[in-house]
Design a protein around this ligand. Structure first.
Ligand code: HAM
Length: 405
């Protein structure tokens, strides 16, 4: 039987055009995080499974992880998120660091989910987190970065919405209603899914042992955050009392960002404050707040608003070779130009020159030079700009200058 050509369910192959888009998305993520002074870190995709057991939340652990036993009998998980990993890294060197730390990373994750629009089994996620700041300034900075990322992709404020809530407010309210910790965790998970459920009232009543009604007013923290984001010119922030976020580690402000077009129903960003996560490593608390933002949902949004820039090749010049005798000369020219910092393809197919030029144009390469023995012996080359159609005669040592300006 012939082998399957499709990739594994829910993961993607990145052909060069997809890779160009992916690189563009990563570039905006990276540039925006660095604009706020965040430093990049990374880690392995493999983690011991117990890292997630303490605080990631039931759904993620029991239904969504790729977990296996390695040859040494250890339980290993392909990371489904970065927060426990970064908490582990901070916990390990906590005493060496001087806080605050501003860190970012663009890792890939695996989650065993039903593949659908905006949800795959492998995806990449920008993580931006700040450690060591208790004050709400950190939450505001984090939300501001998320906002700037959307703007830097060209998505205007009217097209998206930042929803925020306060986990501490919810926890206090549920406690006041007499729910224990286990019931409270389950209740938050139901509230989180309220809009997608048709039996919310029955489910919550069964859990609480009495009819459940849940009214929240915005906390001071929420009012402060919204006010100061407004002062920074960010006016698309709304209080969302049903927003819980699926992870058990959040302790304060939580937020998500949604596209308003109606085409993309999944959250684009999700994050919040998690001040107690380091306790799972028996370490002292380090206040922390951050978010994750996925590549899949972002690409969908860029497609919705037609914001993906046109693909350009990273190759500067395609050298078209006229005949067999000129191949060596063309290769030498290419190597001189590469030394000067240009990216060069030598088309040694010996196809018709017109076809070689067409191929370069199809591959979005901006310049071509056709090389035959005449050009080499006289040191005069015709440099053609395929974007404008202009052609000019240049000597070898003028080519780089004409292109790089
Ligand atoms: P999360 O809400 O699970 O949060 O994911 C954040 C974002 O990652 C989502 O809004 C979405 O863009 C993307 N994402 C999640 N699952 C998938 C999937 N299956 N396919 C494609 N994209 C997906 C977290 O992971 C938290 N650890 C974020 C965080 C960082 N909180 C504090 N710091």
């Amino acid at each position: 039987m012939a082998l399957e050509k499709e990739p594994y369910k829910g993961v993607r192959d990145f052909y060069p055009k997809d890779m160009a888009i992916q690189n563009y998305i990563f570039e905006i993520m990276r540039d925006t995080a660095e604009a706020y002074g965040y430093e990049e870190y990374s880690a392995s995709i493999l983690e011991p499974s117990e890292l997630y057991k303490a605080k990631s939340g039931d759904e993620l652990i029991n239904q969504q992880t790729y977990t296996f036993t390695d040859r040494g009998g250890r339980d290993v998980t392909l990371r489904p998120e970065m927060t426990p990993t970064v908490a582990r890294m901070i916990a390990k060197k906590r005493k060496e660091f001087s806080f605050p730390l501003r860190w970012f990373s663009i890792p890939n994750f695996f989650r065993y989910e039903r593949p659908q629009k905006g949800r795959l089994r492998e995806f990449w996620q920008l993580n931006v987190d700040i450690f060591g700041v208790e004050k709400i300034d950190a939450d505001i900075e984090i939300i501001n970065i998320a906002y700037d990322i959307m703007r830097n992709f060209g998505v205007t404020e009217d097209k998206f919405e930042i929803r925020i809530n306060d986990r501490s407010l919810v926890d206090a309210k549920l406690k006041e209603m007499g729910l224990d910790e286990d019931q409270s965790t389950k209740m938050k998970s139901l509230i989180d899914k309220k809009d997608k459920m048709d039996n919310f009232d029955q489910m919550t009543e069964a859990l609480a042992g009495k009819p459940f009604s849940f009214e929240l007013d915005p906390s001071d923290k929420i009012n402060t955050a919204i006010k100061s984001l407004n002062e920074r010119g960010i006016s698309n922030v709304v209080f969302a009392p049903n927003l819980m976020r699926g992870f058990d580690y959040y302790t304060g402000i939580v937020f998500e960002i949604f596209d308003k077009s109606g085409d993309n129903n999944r959250a684009l960003f999700g994050g919040g404050r998690y001040d107690n996560l380091l306790e799972i490593f028996d370490e002292e608390k380090v206040p922390a707040v951050g978010f994750g933002m996925g590549d899949v949902t972002m690409r969908d949004v860029l497609e919705t608003y037609n914001l993906i820039p046109e693909f350009t090749s990273s190759t500067d010049i395609s050298i078209c070779v006229v005949d067999d005798e000129s191949i060596v000369g063309a290769q030498k020219l290419a190597s001189t130009l590469r030394d000067q910092g240009l990216n060069i393809i030598v088309d040694s197919s010996l196809k018709k020159i017109g076809d070689q030029i067409k191929k370069a144009s199809k591959n979005k390469i901006r310049y071509v030079i056709c090389v035959g023995s005449d050009e080499i012996s006289k040191d005069i080359y015709k440099l053609k700009d395929l974007s404008s159609g202009e052609e000019k005669e240049v000597a070898e040592n003028q080519i780089a200058d004409s292109i790089l300006g």
